[in-house]
Design a protein around this ligand. Structure first.
Ligand code: CA
Ligand code: CA
Length: 231
């Protein structure tokens, strides 16, 4: 029997993998690719093939949500700095993504970020067709948003921040102004020995974290009428 969830799982895995295959450059065999983001993406595509096939189960929420991720599940082997512990997404005036690792490292202090293929990649489906539309990066060079062709996405400036425990990416509201529902799959790669071959973890472990736009706050109630003083 083919259930809907199984069909979606197959379709999603195929769509995302296919998009990554199309954009991935040749795998580097002599240290990090000059374009770290292209190399990170290629690594994600390679490691995605190693992910176990499981029925799809999206986590759907309004406004904001966090997805806890399994411990010790980076591929091809457990590696704390690549091990996603939690992915959070908030979709409102801006899009905010937080990625917390089991053993987080400072992008400005850990040499694996500057010298290796280390970074976070967030794949976004913004039109509900289970195909990647935008790719957010947070690496040693900061934050960036690319379109499926690998070019900077127009109207999508992004900010990267590190607070000592987690990575944060904020994408300007102009980027997703017409998007009411965004599905996010995260990848964290960490290239400890800077040989161009990171360990990496995906989150959520099944499906995507799907967040619908937060409803705008209700309009402020008009002030009560001021009673006129008696004549
Ligand atoms: Ca994990
Ligand atoms: Ca995971």
């Amino acid at each position: 029997m083919t259930s809907r969830s199984q069909a979606l799982a197959i379709g999603t895995a195929t769509a995302v993998a296919a998009a990554l295959v199309v954009l991935a450059g040749p795998a580097s065999s002599q240290g990090p690719d000059p374009d770290r983001r292209t190399a990170l993406r290629a690594s994600a595509e390679q490691l995605q093939r190693l992910r176990p096939a499981v029925p799809r189960r999206d986590l759907v929420a309004s406004g904001s949500a966090c997805a806890r991720d399994a411990a010790g599940d980076p591929l091809p082997a457990p590696h704390g700095p690549a091990d996603i512990d939690e992915l959070c997404v908030a979709h409102g005036d801006v899009l905010r993504v937080t990625l917390r690792a089991a053993q987080p490292t400072d992008p400005a202090a850990d040499p694996a970020w500057a010298e290796g293929v280390t970074g976070a990649l967030l794949v976004l489906d913004v039109d509900g067709d289970d195909t990647a539309d935008l790719e957010l990066f947070h690496d040693a060079d900061g934050a960036a948003v690319r379109d499926p062709a690998g070019a900077p996405a127009p109207g999508c400036p992004a900010l990267a921040a590190w607070d000592g425990t987690a990575l944060h990416i904020e994408v300007a509201g102009t980027c997703l102004a017409d998007v009411d529902r965004v599905a996010v799959i995260a990848f964290q790669g960490h290239d400890a020995d800077a040989d161009g071959v990171p360990a990496g973890d995906f989150a959520p472990d099944t499906g995507a974290l799907v967040v619908t736009r937060a409803a705008p706050p209700p309009a402020a109630a008009p002030p009560p009428p001021t009673p006129h003083p008696p004549p």
